[in-house]
Design a protein around this ligand. Sequence first.
Ligand code: TXA
Ligand code: MG
Length: 339
Amino acid sequence: MINLAGSPDIERAAEILRGGGLVAFPTETVYGLGGDAANPVAVRRIFQAKGRPADHPLIVHLKGMEDLEQWAREIPAAARKLAEHFWPGPLTLIFPRDPRVIDEVTGGQDTVGLRVPSHPVARQLLEAFGGGIAGPSANRFGRLSPTSAQHVREELGQAVDLVLEGGVCDVGIESTIIDLSSGKPVLLRPGHIGSADIEAVLGAPVARSGTHTPRAPGTLAAHYAPSLPTMLVPAIDLDRVVREQATSGPVAVLARHLRPRDSRAALWHSAATDAHAYAHDLYALLRFLDRSGCRTIVVESPPERPEWEAVRDRLLRAAAGSGGGSVDARTPPEADDGT
Ligand code: TXA
Ligand code: MG
């Protein structure tokens, strides 16, 4: 366990935030690119560093539930229940925004996304800083989220004033997002905390935000994508697709079983067969395969079971965003702009 309480790094990071600077920090999901959520100049710098369009709203990280009232104008009972149960942890809740929340954070929307992270370094930073920290994932717009400090440095380099070291992120994919601003809970982005976990706490069903709705071509162009064309392929077609792709260049495979002896893959990685373990490694593995010198990445489709929902969502986005496509008819949810 990393303990930086009162350490010079945390103090310096808080000082940078107070001065309107940017600090990349670890969370239990992925690394965030933090700036003072009350400072429009700092928030604009976040968008610049990421190359992200300014109308995409940011999540604000808080040190605890006690700060909710400063950011949310209304706290629906269901939201309070979820917050009490899952915070600190990998859950973002969308609330009607308090009038004090600046437009730069919300992209001009009437709602704000809030989350209390559980990573000890994030918590210490929030305590030392005191205010809300606006923090999208610390990657360039449309690229894979970083799950280590090294990824952040590779991705953003000089654009951040400080990168806080916090090891490899436990969860490995971005937080679950539930919108409660309209009264009934809607899942905007699946994550480590599954719909069933949410439903169990609420005692009510959670609606999906257009999970199976086809989207206009191009709207998925920038989503958690590797640079190489990435294809999502059901296990039964894996061998055939690898064979076909191998005729035009080396193929890297991410599967959940061992390499068959006669496979034509240039590189084969057998990932975890447990959904949470798979998610933990997913972005680091995609980064690794992206740099392997291969021409294409072929990923075995995850199982249809509910515990794989979040991984499936990220892989569909990776395939769609890379232009690789998938041999899989489903599309990811509409509402998450995947940035
Ligand atoms: O795990 C996470 O959530 C990470 C860590 C750093 O906390 N953060 C993260 O932020 O993934 P970002 O900006 O990369 O993704 C946040 C997503 C975006 O798709 C954004 O559109 C959505 O949350 N979002 C933020 N505020 C929203 C709002 N008011 N209404 C709807 N969606 C919102
Ligand atoms: Mg992101």
